[in-house]
Structure formats: structure tokens, C-alpha cells
Design a protein around this ligand. Structure first.
Ligand SMILES: Cc1cc2nc3c(=O)[nH]c(=O)nc-3n(C[C@H](O)[C@H](O)[C@H](O)COP(=O)(O)O)c2cc1C
Ligand SMILES: CCCCCCC(=O)C(=O)O
Length: 398
């Protein structure tokens, strides 16, 4: 049908769902989205366009991949029960989590070594997230130093993820640098003190860190450099060996947590919590939040699906700390389910990495806008206007 006069559908720019109309209206001038709007299909498209080693690293999980599959299966078992006639004209997805205001309860998960996917790596991701006001969580093993990523993020909120190094001086230095660079909250990842048995990477004999990708934050660090016998430029292999020796410390226990509080003034969240007792312990130890996560199925093959762990953790925490969730979020409907089961916000991981691989900064922005649009539309179509209205009653277990 030929289009004349004003557009048939007028987008409501107040809502993230307006992206839907932007895409349809683009069609009038022959434009289609650069990347699919079905975020669950991204991995398959990316597989054909990415370097096999980089794709294997991103897409892969631990062992047989059972945990990755379980993460998705858990989402499929919960169904949303839409409610009708509730006036959902005006919607507000914004939320404040541990002092950070976000336009929707969505953060970008910490993902390391992004330059294996795209040369602009975390810088492109930071620009895309900032353009939407979404907070990012900067990984310790990012391919760009935290100061450069902070600059790319500008005024947008940012959190810092720590891989807690064995070397105390380096840990303190990381935390001081993060605070100076304006990172507002600290995420301490507990589930990756050893690299799991990752068969895709093993089969390709590929580990980016051995090529010094992901070491930018260490090589830029005065405390790390002080521990090297020779400058990294002169002896790169020794620098990698030094990094591998101090990257993490499997002997850490709950008794070590006060160190974090001593050196970090802002909120602290523990990432990788799956057991209600661990959640309770985190709260008792004065932590401000937990992130229910199985690291996207990359660490323990056969682990509980992260979504299946969420209700138990929510009950244990009982409103005493913030609960964030990741591992398996692919669509706006997934976000609705996680919020209904007790998450204050979710982190999106692999989907934005595929967006980066397929379209750089613009690709990341497109993926995030699709997720937010679908979240907005799913929320409205199921009869809600704010994330606060989502409770377990919004779902049934199929
Ligand atoms: C390629 C890749 C690298 C990752 N790097 C980190 C990291 O540096 N620090 C961290 O805490 N989590 C890291 N994660 C885990 C994510 O933060 C998040 O828990 C996971 O991606 C969620 O699973 P999903 O992407 O399947 O939704 C990484 C995940 C991927 C896929
Ligand atoms: C010894 C390297 C640990 C992996 C760090 C990156 C990550 O979290 C992931 O690949 O997953």
C-alpha cells in the first residue's frame, strides 16, 4: 500500500517500545534493521561472521554446555499471565538500584576481552550504553583500561567488576583507580577463581589472555608493573606468567570480605551467588547486593539454572539487600520473568557481545534498544506500568 501524508503509526517517544515504530517507519524508505530483532537468534548469525576462536570463546560454556541449556530451559518453564483493562498508557521503567538511577532495570554484564570481537571493544560498548543511559559493569579483564572506558561512558553510570587478585597491592590499586575513574559500585565475581573446563576453547587451543588480550588493566597498573622483573614490553611472556599467577586466589573465604569494605566506600555486590545460604551470608557480612548468576553456564557444567536459583535467594535476602540476576537473559519477556521472581535488575551478557561483533557501537545500541522495547511492550501487554508491579503472581510455572 502506498504511503501518503503523515505516518500511519505515530511513535510515542516516551516509551522504549517506540523503537518498534521507528523500525516500521524506516521500512517506508526501504530500510530494514541492520541486525535481526530476534535476540535469541543472534548467536547463530554471529557464528557465521565471527572468527571461530572468538565465537567459540563467547558462545562456549563449561563442559557439555548443560548449564547454558538449563538457563534457557528455566526461562521456558515460566509463563507470563497477562492481565487486561488496567490502563497502561503511561509507563515508567526507571529504577534506582543501590543509588544508581537507571532508565530501565538493565545493566551491561561485565564481559572481558571484547577486542577479540571488535577492535573498539569496551569503548564501543561504553558509548552505546551511555547513549541510552544504561549502566555498564567494567570487567577486570577488559581489553581497555578502566580510565579509557570511563571517559567513553562520559556522564553515564558505571560499576566496576573485580577479579580479586592474589596480590593485595594490586587489588587495592584496582579499587583506588576505579573509585577515581567514577565507578559507583563494586561487583566482586566469586565463581571464576579458576577457569573451568571449556571444551570449545580447549579444542581450538585458544585462550586470549596468553596473547595478552584482557591484560590492559593490569599492564596499566603501577602495582602490577612493580611486581615484574622486567618491563612487560621487554618480556611479554613473563608478564603473562605473572598475571596468571596472581589473577585469582582459590583460598579466599567469607572471612576475607572485610578487606573489600576497608578499601571500597560505595556499594558492594557479590556475583555468582546461587545458594540461599550464601545469599544470607553475604547479607550478614554487610554486602549491599548479590548477583544470582552461573556465569552464563561457563563455569560449572551441570549447575542449577540461574533462574531456578532466584526465588530461593530472594526469600533468603528478604529485602535486606539488592538482588541482581544474569545468565540466560535474551528477550524483554525474560527480563519480566526475572523481575517477577525477585530481581531488582538484570544484566545482559552475550546478546550485546554479538551486537558488537555484528555492528560495533551501533550493533550494541540496536541490541539494547530491542531488549528495552520488548521489555516495555511485554510489561504493558501483560498489564503493568512499572517494574515494581511485577511479583511472582504475574507468572505461572508451566
Ligand atoms: C565472553 C564472556 C566473557 C565474560 N567475562 C566476564 C568477566 O570478565 N567478568 C565477569 O564477572 N563475568 C564475565 N562473564 C560473565 C557475564 O558477566 C555474565 O555472567 C554472563 O554472560 C551471563 O550469561 P549470558 O550471557 O548467557 O546471559 C563473561 C561472559 C562471557 C560470555
Ligand atoms: C583465567 C581467566 C578467567 C576468565 C575471565 C573472563 C571470564 O570471566 C570468562 O571468560 O567467562
Amino acid at each position: 500500500m502506498e504511503h501518503t501524508g503523515s505516518p500511519p503509526l505515530v511513535p510515542d517517544q516516551r516509551h522504549f517500545g517506540a523503537y518498534q515504530y521507528e523500525i516500521y517507519l524506516g521500512g517506508l524508505s526501504g530500510q530494514v534493521p541492520p541486525i535481526t530483532t530476534d535476540l535469541s537468534a543472534l548467536a547463530e548469525i554471529a557464528r557465521d561472521r565471527m572468527e571461530p576462536t572468538a565465537y567459540g570463546y563467547v558462545a562456549g560454556g563449561a563442559g557439555t554446555g548443560a548449564t547454558m541449556r538449563a538457563n534457557r530451559a528455566a526461562f521456558d518453564r515460566w509463563r507470563i499471565v497477562p492481565r487486561m483493562l488496567r490502563d497502561v498508557t503511561v509507563r515508567d521503567l526507571s529504577r534506582t538500584v543501590l543509588g544508581t538511577r537507571m532508565p530501565a532495570p538493565v545493566l551491561l554484564a561485565p564481559v572481558g576481552v571484547l577486542s577479540v570481537v571488535h577492535p573498539e571493544g569496551e569503548l564501543a560498548v561504553a558509548r552505546a550504553a551511555a547513549s541510552l543511559g544504561l549502566p555498564l559493569v567494567h570487567s577486570t579483564v577488559a581489553s581497555y583500561p578502566m580510565e579509557e572506558v570511563a571517559q567513553a561512558a562520559g556522564d553515564a553510570p558505571r560499576w566496576y567488576q573485580l577479579y580479586w587478585p592474589r596480590d593485595r597491592e594490586v587489588a587495592v590499586s584496582f579499587l583506588e583507580r576505579a573509585e577515581r575513574a567514577g565507578y559507583e559500585a563494586l561487583v566482586v565475581t566469586l565463581d571464576t577463581f579458576l577457569l573451568a573446563w571449556r571444551t570449545r576453547d580447549l579444542d581450538q587451543a585458544y585462550l586470549p589472555f596468553l596473547q595478552r588480550v584482557g591484560l590492559a588493566n593490569y599492564l596499566a597498573d603501577p602495582a602490577f608493573r612493580a611486581g615484574l622483573a622486567k618491563p612487560a614490553e621487554e618480556d611479554p611472556a613473563a608478564a603473562v606468567a605473572h598475571w596468571a599467577a596472581m589473577f585469582a586466589d582459590p583460598s579466599k573465604t567469607w572471612e576475607d570480605l572485610p578487606f573489600l569494605r576497608e578499601h571500597w566506600d560505595g556499594p558492594i555486590l557479590l556475583k555468582g551467588i546461587l545458594h540461599p545460604d550464601d545469599a544470607r551470608r553475604a547479607v550478614d557480612a554487610g554486602m549491599d547486593g548479590v548477583i544470582v548468576s552461573n556465569h552464563g553456564g561457563r563455569q560449572v557444567d551441570g549447575s542449577i539454572a540461574a533462574l531456578d536459583a532466584l526465588p530461593g535467594v530472594a526469600a533468603a535476602v528478604d529485602g535486606r539487600a539488592a538482588i541482581l540476576f544474569d545468565s540466560g537473559i535474551r528477550t524483554g519477556a525474560d527480563v519480566v520473568k526475572a523481575l517477577a521472581l525477585g530481581a531488582d535488575a538484570v544484566l545482559v551478557g552475550r546478546p550485546y557481545v554479538y551486537g558488537l561483533a555484528l555492528g560495533g557501537e551501533e550493533g550494541v545500541r540496536h541490541v539494547l534498544r530491542c531488549l528495552l522495547a520488548e521489555l516495555d511492550l511485554t510489561l504493558a501487554l501483560s498489564g503493568h506500568t512499572t517494574p515494581d508491579q511485577l511479583t511472582p503472581d504475574a507468572l505461572v510455572h508451566a
